[in-house]
Design a protein around this ligand. Structure first.
Ligand SMILES: *[C@@H]1O[C@H](CO)[C@@H](O)[C@H](O)[C@H]1NC(C)=O
Ligand SMILES: *[C@@H]1O[C@H](CO)[C@@H](O)[C@H](O)[C@H]1NC(C)=O
Ligand SMILES: *[C@@H]1O[C@H](CO)[C@@H](O)[C@H](O)[C@H]1NC(C)=O
Length: 357
């Protein structure tokens, strides 16, 4: 993927994008989305044991990341109503991790009548439905009176078993986290926690992209990283030099992120997204439209690398609601995610496969 560039109006090879539009296929729903608590309703903080001993910070980060919505106002996930397998998976993962998620049904692009399509709408039917599902969430966030930011997930994700401690550490480094806790929402519209690709902001007019780099022992080491992530650091000295095997993260200005697997959006960010990606036009699939709006300076965001959330892959047709595959799908026992240190899906498997006492 070296040399890959995403520029206004150009397309990256479709194979690179396959990862990104997974749930974007077809689905029907007229039901209004209902919050669905994935596990117990208790809102008590759920400090976990920090098995890795990572909690020994000198100064703690914001403790609200340990609440049931990970310090966000709400954690939404999108899934085609037909993909009950993926809904089970996300909710099981969430319950195992003590996170409450709110299901939002994906949208069948065919259900969007001609007159309701945004200007341009240079997208496939599946991409149109995907955009609509995200836009439906932006509307909810935009109107929230209860909170400032929400996390939006797709239905094929994995996160680290230390996800909340990883977020706690992130809160210590995000700009304006002090004045707008826990995530410093004053300083961004979108916070990408799980992009699959990203074009780093180039230096322009002597202005360099802002970069905040910090140690994170819960980040993957080089051999645990995806090839793409290794190159990401190797090929971008402006991010602060070689990546340390002891684990690091870099927060930097978002420029052109690809994939909508996991991102947070603020209330004012949701307004901007709906304005630029819908009300005005839809100039491409939702993730690329977000990338273009960001590199054009209309959306302000941070992106964290290596990503905190990556895709869970089974191999075969189950992995995509758009692409066809002839190879047989394997089960979750053979699934994998790349680029996270301690897969929560694998930790969950180990937990449930251990004989119950
Ligand atoms: C978790 O913390 C965030 C930030 O303080 C807050 O907006 C949200 O309502 C809390 N969630 C729960 C379930 O208490
Ligand atoms: C979830 O909560 C239970 C009970 O409090 C705790 O034992 C477990 O470690 C928590 N799991 C995570 C991933 O935080
Ligand atoms: C990276 O992590 C793997 C286990 O995931 C471990 O086997 C390996 O020794 C680690 N490498 C370094 C250099 O720390």
């Amino acid at each position: 993927m070296a040399g890959y560039r995403l520029t206004m109006g150009s397309w990256v090879p479709i194979t690179m994008l396959m990862c990104c539009f997974i749930y974007g296929g077809i689905l029907l729903t007229t039901n209004s989305p209902r919050p669905l608590s994935s596990s117990s309703r208790s809102d008590a903080p759920r400090h976990r044991s920090h098995r890795g001993g990572y909690s020994a910070y000198k100064a703690p980060g914001d403790q609200s990341v340990y609440n049931r919505t990970l310090g966000f106002g709400e954690v939404f996930y999108l899934s085609l109503p037909s993909r009950t397998d993926r809904q089970d998976a996300v909710e099981l993962l969430a319950a195992y991790s003590n996170v409450s998620v709110t299901y939002v049904p994906g949208v069948d692009g065919n259900s969007i009548v001609e007159k309701a399509k945004p200007t341009k709408s240079q997208v496939t039917v599946a991409e149109l439905g995907t955009w609509r599902a995200h836009a439906n969430i932006w509307k909810k966030v935009m109107h929230s009176t209860e909170y400032e930011a929400a996390l939006i997930l797709e239905d094929d994700i994995d996160w680290d078993d230390n996800f909340a401690p990883i977020l706690e550490r992130l809160t210590k480094h995000l700009p304006k986290a002090g004045s707008s806790p826990p995530y410093g929402h004053e300083a961004w519209d979108v916070l990408w926690l799980g992009a699959c690709l990203h074009t780093v902001k180039p230096e322009s007019g002597g202005q360099k992209a802002k970069v905040i780099r910090y140690d994170d022992p819960m980040a993957p080491n080089r051999s645990e990283m995806r090839e793409y992530d290794r190159k990401y650091f190797d090929e971008h000295p402006e991010l602060g030099g070689p990546y340390k095997d002891s684990g690091e993260r870099v927060i930097h200005e978002a420029y052109q992120p690809v994939c909508t697997m996991a991102y947070a959006v603020t209330k004012k960010g949701a307004q901007r997204l709906l304005y630029h990606i819908g009300y005005r036009q839809l100039d491409g699939p939702v993730d690329l439209a977000m990338a273009w709006a960001t590199s054009a300076g209309r959306i302000k965001g941070w992106i964290v690398w290596p990503p905190l959330i990556t895709a869970w892959r089974l191999g075969g047709p189950k992995d995509s609601d758009i692409q066809k595959s002839n190879s047989p799908s394997k089960g979750n026992d053979d699934g994998h995610s790349d680029g996270i240190k301690k897969s929560a899906r694998k930790a969950m498997a180990a937990h449930f496969m251990t004989p119950r006492n």
